[in-house]
Design a protein around this ligand. Structure first.
Ligand code: P6P
Length: 346
């Protein structure tokens, strides 16, 4: 049997990385547990209206509100539970944190405990679920600091550069897992007939230049001046200082927008706006911006708050929000340049 003839499964990829010394057995097995949970979420999402899991969570007339102040969808709650249950017995985690839970959950003493911290947004973009638009799971893995008696939220507050793995699973026309362990960004497609993720692209690369931007234009009047100027020049096209025409896409599902950018280039932005400035932004640093930034940088792109490399941000809170610019390197640098010149008073 020629090892190069058969498709590369996620399991084989992770074993190869372990053989090369780039990950240990516990991180390999943790990623496999998360991937299995994503397969279960994919099945639940794929049932749609037939699964009785669409619509808002909570009882009749009383919505279920998460720590973000957002109404939870039934699938938000279900996806969160799937990830919690999958990881309870995994034996690789010290604790985990979720967009859907106020504080981290420490693996109880009666369960096997490991040395990693897992953070996730169990079902990002879930407001799209009822209209059958792609949604996804985003996850990030950190090392648990040594020699601590009890894990708390504060032990998760590590910069994005401390991530040992990050990825997302997008539940679209196909279910795809996109993963980095710090040695490139790779995509795997779920083969439902055998129930395995099979490598689709080894080494995704984001084109350095782009003509496509992703932003929610309805917020334009709330943006800071540099963002107004930047997007205004994009819209000016060949008549403006950028000298080229741009196209726009906005799915309002970060996983779907970022997957498109990893696949064909582009810039994704959720900047500060007057509606969310008091919170620091809309998107969450620890389990949205940082894992996506790790994936994007490993694919040759850049990720910034507009004023700082995303992975260098020193976290101050588990559910901290940040402005996000990520994607094609030259375009992110252009957007950051508008902010730099504005802040320098030019
Ligand atoms: P808006 C989904 O709720 C999400 O967190 C991201 O997936 C997405 O990019 C963004 O919010 C969409 O925000 O304001 O356009 O609905």
């Amino acid at each position: 049997m020629s090892p190069n003839a058969s498709p590369v499964s996620l399991t084989r990829y992770l074993i190869e990385e372990q053989r090369e010394g780039r990950i240990g057995p516990n991180l390999r097995l943790l990623i496999e547990v998360v991937a299995r949970a994503c397969k279960s979420i994919s099945i639940a999402v794929g049932k749609g209206a037939l699964g009785g899991v669409l619509g808002d969570a909570g009882t009749a007339g009383e919505a279920s509100i998460n720590v973000q102040g957002e109404a939870q969808k039934k699938l938000d709650v279900l996806s969160n539970e799937i990830l919690l249950e999958a990881n309870a017995w995994g034996g690789h985690l010290a604790a985990l944190a979720s967009e859907e839970m106020d504080h981290c959950v420490v693996i109880p003493d009666e369960y096997p405990r490991g040395s990693y911290l897992l953070l996730f947004d169990p079902l990002d973009g879930s407001s799209n679920i009822d209209v059958n638009i792609s949604v996804g799971t985003i996850f990030s893995v950190l090392r648990c600091p040594d020699d601590i008696a009890t894990v708390g939220d504060e032990h998760f507050l590590q910069p994005g550069t401390a991530q040992v793995a990050a990825g997302y699973c997008t539940y679209g026309p196909s279910t795809m897992l996109v993963l980095t362990i710090g040695n490139g960004t790779h995509s795997f497609t779920l083969d439902r007939e055998i129930g395995s993720f099979v490598m689709t692209t080894r080494g995704m690369r984001i084109p350095e230049e782009t003509r496509e931007f992703a932003v929610n234009m309805s917020n334009q009047r709330f943006w800071e001046p540099p963002m107004q100027a930047y997007v205004g020049d994009l819209l000016a096209g060949t008549q403006g200082p950028r000298g080229k025409d741009f196209n726009m896409r906005w799915v309002a599902s970060m996983v779907a927008d970022v997957h498109r950018i990893l696949t064909r280039g582009g810039i994704f932005s959720y900047p500060l706006d007057a509606k969310c400035a008091d919170k620091g932004g809309k998107l969450r640093l620890m389990y949205e911006a940082n894992p996506m930034a790790f994936l994007v940088e490993q694919a040759g792109g850049e990720a910034s708050t507009g004023r700082q490399r995303m992975l260098d941000v020193a976290p101050t809170g588990l559910h901290q929000r940040v402005p996000v610019f990520l994607g094609s390197k030259r375009e992110v640098q252009a957007a950051v340049g508008y902010h730099t010149r504005h802040d320098m008073g030019s």
